[in-house]
Design a protein around this ligand. Structure first.
Ligand SMILES: Cc1ncc(COP(=O)(O)O)c(C=O)c1O
Length: 433
């Protein structure tokens, strides 16, 4: 009587850890929450005033979104991501997550997920009774998909239709694919006629001296790439629930199918939010400054996290964008095995209980259970204060900035270093008790 594909979805390890953290915090525990993946910054003031000013707009809007918003997004992507987009290709939905789900529902074939990808792709695919395959990636390559791995898989499975899911800047690794890397992947996609779901929700959160947006897969493979973005990360407005997707021009015929799906499910995104999004994508100076200021602060924190962890021999991906790194304790595997800490889930629980640090276990990001990788989100700080100190008070981004405005990041990183130091000295916290 109940759909088994939904009934058999496991509660995610991520959710479990988050609930556990909430419980410990409510009991007064001093937990550093590296598990939480939400922008720490305030919504730009201009968006807030636009929502307020349009609070009276109570009519349903067109299911594909306000025309003016679709035009503004097309213009934004052309200007900042070198994409050629016609407003007809732009569809608006309540968050990119929902749009990803509707696309997964629509596309038939086997979904290919590089190891080290966002938690929700797999459960969404399972929920609609479709299959996915995890493609191998390596820590040494920042868990980016190697074109040869894709080529080998496609050659071995030539007679299935396939959909590749790419995410850049990446959650959980912070890696960003270069234009050249995307071009190489595009060649394989073209050869094997793949569809690509390109999740580019963190595009403008890029740590680079000469670019402000990450390269888009659709520039290299426009024929069959669906691009996803939205307000949640770049504009720090996850709760506004507005995302967009870009249909490939050659697949514009799918617009009618999406139109039906949207109108039969969510109808349309809230009107005041769509008006605020028009302002966001106009990217006027105050908003652009807000975004670039936030990115500078995140970049500084990311470098601190990376430098500190690598100095302590903890594996850490090179942060290039977004607000995560993937960290690994595989260098300590033998010592951890002696203590029966053999899976990422067991170690995440241990670190939370004994060191009061919450990391998300790699198993939710398609790593094997015994691969000791974790997602670390470095957003446990007051973004408003930090942004104000950097942008308004012009305080320099140095070590004292981190100590002053992101003390929990310092504390959490020092606790992780303390953990590995104890391991090296063969001490675990409960050995000392
Ligand atoms: C990689 C990635 N894609 C998509 C989303 C969904 O974002 P939203 O539905 O808020 O647009 C998230 C949010 O955590 C994410 O990290």
């Amino acid at each position: 009587m109940i759909n088994p594909h939904i009934l058999t979805l496991k509660p995610s390890a991520t959710l479990k850890i988050n609930q556990y953290v909430q419980r410990l915090k409510s009991e007064g525990e001093d937990i550093i929450h590296f598990g939480f993946g939400q922008s720490p910054f305030p919504v730009p003031e201009r968006l807030v005033s636009e929502v307020k000013g349009n609070a009276h707009c109570s009519s349903y809007l067109p299911s594909l979104g306000l025309r003016e918003l679709r035009e503004e997004i097309a213009h934004f992507l052309e200007k900042h991501q070198q994409m050629k987009v016609h407003p007809e290709q732009v569809l608006i939905g309540p968050g990119s997550k929902e749009l990803l789900f509707q696309t997964i529902l629509l596309l038939e074939g086997s979904f290919l997920i590089p190891k080290g990808s966002w938690v929700s792709y797999g459960p969404q695919i399972q929920a609609v009774n479709k299959d996915f395959v995890v493609l191998e990636t390596e820590f040494s390559n920042n868990f980016k998909l190697n074109p040869e791995v894709l080529e080998d898989y496609c050659t071995a499975h030539a007679d299935e239709s396939k959909i590749l899911i790419l995410n850049t800047p990446n959650n959980p690794s912070g890696a960003v694919y270069s234009g050249e890397e995307l071009q190489e992947l595009a060649k394989v996609c073209k050869k094997h006629d793949l569809y690509v779901i390109s999740d580019e929700i963190y595009s403008q959160i890029l740590f680079s001296d000469n670019q402000t947006s990450a390269p888009s897969m659709s520039v290299f493979y426009p024929e069959k790439t669906f691009v996803f973005g939205g307000l949640s990360k770049v504009f720090a407005a996850g709760g506004y629930r507005l995302g967009f997707m870009i249909l490939p021009l050659t697949q514009l015929k799918l617009q009618a199918a999406f139109h039906s799906l949207f109108s039969e499910t969510f109808s349309a995104v809230a009107s005041p939010i769509q008006h605020a999004a028009i302002v966001a994508y106009s990217y006027e100076e105050s908003i652009q400054k807000h975004v670039t200021g936030s990115v500078a602060v995140l970049n500084h924190l990311a470098q601190y996290v990376y430098d500190e962890l690598t100095a302590a021999e903890i594996d850490c991906t090179v942060p290039q964008g977004g607000f995560y790194v993937t960290v690994g304790f595989n260098n300590f595997k033998e010592k951890l095995e002696d203590k029966k800490l053999e899976t990422s889930q067991a170690l995440a629980t241990y670190l939370l209980q004994e060191y009061k640090v919450a990391l998300l276990p790699g198993i939710d990001f398609y790593f094997g259970p015994d691969e000791l990788f974790f997602r670390l989100a470095y957003v446990d700080f007051d973004g408003e204060k930090a942004l104000n100190a950097y942008s308004t008070k012009k305080e320099p981004l140095d070590n004292s900035f981190i100590e002053m405005y992101a003390p929990n990041i310092v504390k959490g990183i020092q606790r992780l270093k303390g953990f590995t130091k104890n391991l090296k000295e063969q001490k675990l916290v409960h050995d000392q008790l």
